[in-house]
Ligand binder design. Structure first.
Ligand SMILES: [Zn+2]
Length: 270
């Protein structure tokens, strides 16, 4: 990982981007999650059922926060979310915890790492598969209790601190409802499509065109989101090589919560 050089197709020095995959609910999970989301917060109801159309993060802000959060998947403000480790070493657990709680400095959300499995909204594995991912916000409530809602497939006891911060803060951002910044409809990324499909079809992702569409190319529609301006420093933005982007400027390699992320999550959970 770390800084990548120029990635020419076929180059042996091509950097490995460890990207998290979007988690998509099945039909039944979706129904369960939607009912739970409405119960969680009245803000999760679609606008026509709300007394006012004004929504957090919408264009009504005078000083717009950045980053994007999927509407309808927010936790109740002031919530304590139970977190349960389904596996993992003591070291892995401690290292995840110390990164995750960084969100609580800015969001009115707390994490209870002593929660039992039955009371945990967030269930973490390190071995479900070799990827890192999390369900988005209240989508976690649609997942059967026996299954993890978050996975850290490449974080080991001896993984370096920067990588723990980059990955754990990012996945807990998803757990609070944040989506990938490169899919923010107000984002400025214009893809070099053939290069993007070729890149993600190779190792370590081996994605089909459809998987690359879902995880990289497609953007959310503006009404799906509480979004503001694209934030090039967001922890929810992955590093993309210059070769994948028209105009040839890479995205930054962000490893920490940005000022925009902090401001945004504070607006979402005041
Ligand atoms: Zn992600």
């Amino acid at each position: 990982m770390k800084k990548s050089g120029t990635a020419k197709a076929g180059s042996k020095r091509r950097p490995k981007i460890q990207m998290c995959c979007d988690r998509i609910l099945t039909g039944m999970e979706k129904i369960k999650a939607m009912e739970a989301a409405f119960k969680e917060s009245s803000e999760n109801r679609p606008p026509e059922h709300k007394p006012s159309r004004r929504r957090f993060g919408a264009s009504s802000m005078s000083a717009p926060p950045k980053m994007a959060l999927e509407a309808g998947k927010k936790w109740a403000d002031g919530r304590t979310l139970g977190v349960y480790f389904m596996d993992g070493s003591a070291t892995q657990k401690v290292r995840v915890k110390e990164q995750a709680i960084k969100w609580s400095t800015f969001a009115n959300i707390k994490f209870d790492f002593a929660a039992s499995k039955a009371n945990a909204q967030i269930r973490i594995s390190f071995v479900a598969d070799d990827g890192s991912w999390s369900y988005i916000g209240t989508d976690c409530l649609g997942i059967a209790r026996a299954r993890p809602t978050m996975n850290f497939g490449w974080l080991k006891d001896d993984t370096d601190a920067t990588e723990y911060e980059r990955v754990v803060v990012h996945e807990f951002g998803h757990a609070l409802g944040a989506i990938h910044e490169h899919q923010n409809p107000k984002g400025g990324i214009e893809w070099n499509l053939p290069a993007v499909y070729a890149y993600f079809a190779g190792p370590p992702n081996f994605w089909s065109k459809e998987e690359t569409d879902v995880n990289v190319i497609s953007k959310y529609s503006v009404d799906q989101l509480n979004a503001s301006k694209f934030d090039p420093y967001s922890i929810m933005l992955y590093h993309f090589d210059a070769a994948l982007i028209k105009g040839g400027k890479p995205t930054k390699f962000n490893t920490k919560m940005s000022t925009g992320d902090k401001r945004f999550i504070k607006k979402q959970y005041p």
